[in-house]
Design a protein around this ligand. Structure first.
Ligand code: AMP
Length: 414
């Protein structure tokens, strides 16, 4: 089968490597792909948001199955267009993707169906939002309604920060139209868990849980990033918690979602946000633990036969260490050659790199993820660091404590 994967980051590289294991896959194309993905798929260079270009390419090249991975094309309706053109697709259609595309929509949906989430208020007028902030409980969280490249959320520890976030969204319009409506919500405390799920609208099949490390610095300090590393499974996601989540969150939300972030508060698990796709870098630890055939699962998700399809994860652990360019998430230099030993005992998922005359060079902030699998979490972490040290480029930066919180959690939840 000829497969087209839309996107060009570490998540897409992980999906492509996983799909390659399927005996039915003959060719994989990526739109656009990147310099590292080029080792595993044919990169078309077509932008992930160029829906017309993607659809034409899929038709002209007789693509049998398409996987739309990033949020932007999903929210723009890539799946609808591809399906109209007769191409089977993995990913939610435009109507379902609004679950991620609009925070106001997802909060209102949760309220209507009594799905546990942070208390919130919606504003489309700045003066009213600023007025509310005069007495709102602090810390508080300000969220732009629409997609904002993962940057639309401000966890404000002070009233001033909250006011600045509201002004940035609604006055300076730093996220464009995405910030013309905002959600101001209750600050939740407790450990955070990510659970990706497959759903065909009839059943929900959760994948192995994971934990992201969003801050740039060790000990969860400094600004937020796209993710500096992940581990799976997440020790806080015990069987009891999983049961509560299935009953109070997954099943009630089933028709609209296949991925979400949860927060385990003292009052039980609450939804922080929905994703309607594979999250990154969670995917980079989840898929290496998948033992079943990803293509078969994706097809079953699209066809509505998920309940008859085996979805088996290994009981091992995985750790993904992200190697970034020094300076990220602020300014950084690129163009440095990357060395990846051929006999590495880990998988490398490339996010920000391009090929220049056959040489792989850094081109982004988060350059690549090194994922190791081990019998225990400690083994996976040790291996990710050992093998990660063999992948080199000038000015590389990585956190030294990926998985440390999860190891402590294992002691706490014993
Ligand atoms: P998001 O982009 O929605 O994933 O939000 C980014 C991060 O902000 C989340 O991963 C959480 O760590 C944090 N966050 C979002 N909403 C809340 C909340 N209501 N309370 C505390 N932290 C939050």
């Amino acid at each position: 089968m000829k497969i087209l994967v839309v996107g060009g980051g570490g998540r897409e590289h992980a999906i492509i490597k996983s799909l390659k294991k399927s005996p039915r896959v003959t060719e994989i194309y990526a739109a656009p792909g990147n310099g590292g993905i080029a080792a595993d798929a044919i990169c078309t260079g077509i932008g992930a948001k160029d829906l017309a270009g993607i659809t034409t390419f899929a038709k002209d090249n007789a693509i049998d199955f398409a996987v739309v991975a990033p949020d932007d094309p999903l929210v723009l309706g890539a799946v609808d267009l591809l399906e109209e053109a007769g191409i089977a697709c993995f990913g939610p259609n435009k109507a379902a993707a609004i679950l991620e595309g609009s925070k106001v929509f997802s909060k209102d949906l949760m309220k209507k169906y009594h799905i546990p989430t942070a208390e919130y208020r919606v504003f489309d007028n700045m003066d009213e939002a600023l007025d509310y902030l005069k007495t709102a409980p602090i810390p508080t969280v300000v969220k732009a309604d629409g997609l904002a490249l993962g940057k639309g959320v401000t966890v404000a520890m002070t009233r001033q920060e909250a006011v600045a976030a509201v002004r940035a969204c609604m006055e300076d319009k730093i996220f464009g139209e995405s910030g013309s409506h905002i959600v101001i919500e209750e600050f939740l405390t407790g450990p955070e868990v990510s659970v990706l799920s497959f759903t065909d609208g009839k059943v929900v099949v959760p994948m192995v849980s994971s934990m992201d490390h969003k801050r740039i610095g060790d000990g969860d300090t400094g600004p937020n990033t796209g993710g500096m590393g992940t581990i799976a499974p997440n020790p806080y996601y015990t069987e009891d918690v999983a049961k509560v989540c299935m009953e109070t969150i997954f099943l009630p939300t089933m028709r609209a979602m296949n991925q979400e972030g949860l927060m385990l508060t003292e009052k039980g698990p609450k939804v922080i946000e929905y994703n309607c796709r594979f999250g990154d870098p969670e995917t980079q630890v989840v898929l290496p633990l998948l033992e079943s055939d990803l293509l078969t699962i994706m097809e079953a998700t699209a066809k509505g036969t998920l309940s008859e399809t085996p979805v088996q994860f290994s009981d091992k652990s995985a750790c993904c260490l992200v190697l970034a360019s020094q300076g990220y998430p602020k300014s950084y230099e690129t163009g440095y050659p990357i060395t990846i030993p051929a006999d590495l005992d880990a998988q490398v998922f490339v996010a920000g790199a391009k090929l220049e005359e056959g040489v792989l060079k850094t081109s982004g902030g988060r350059v690549l993820g090194v994922t190791a699998v081990g019998d225990t979490l400690q083994e996976a972490i040790d291996k990710a660091y050992r093998e990660g040290a063999k992948v080199t480029f000038e000015n590389a930066y990585y956190r030294k404590d990926i998985g440390a919180r999860a190891l402590r959690a294992k002691e706490e939840v014993k």
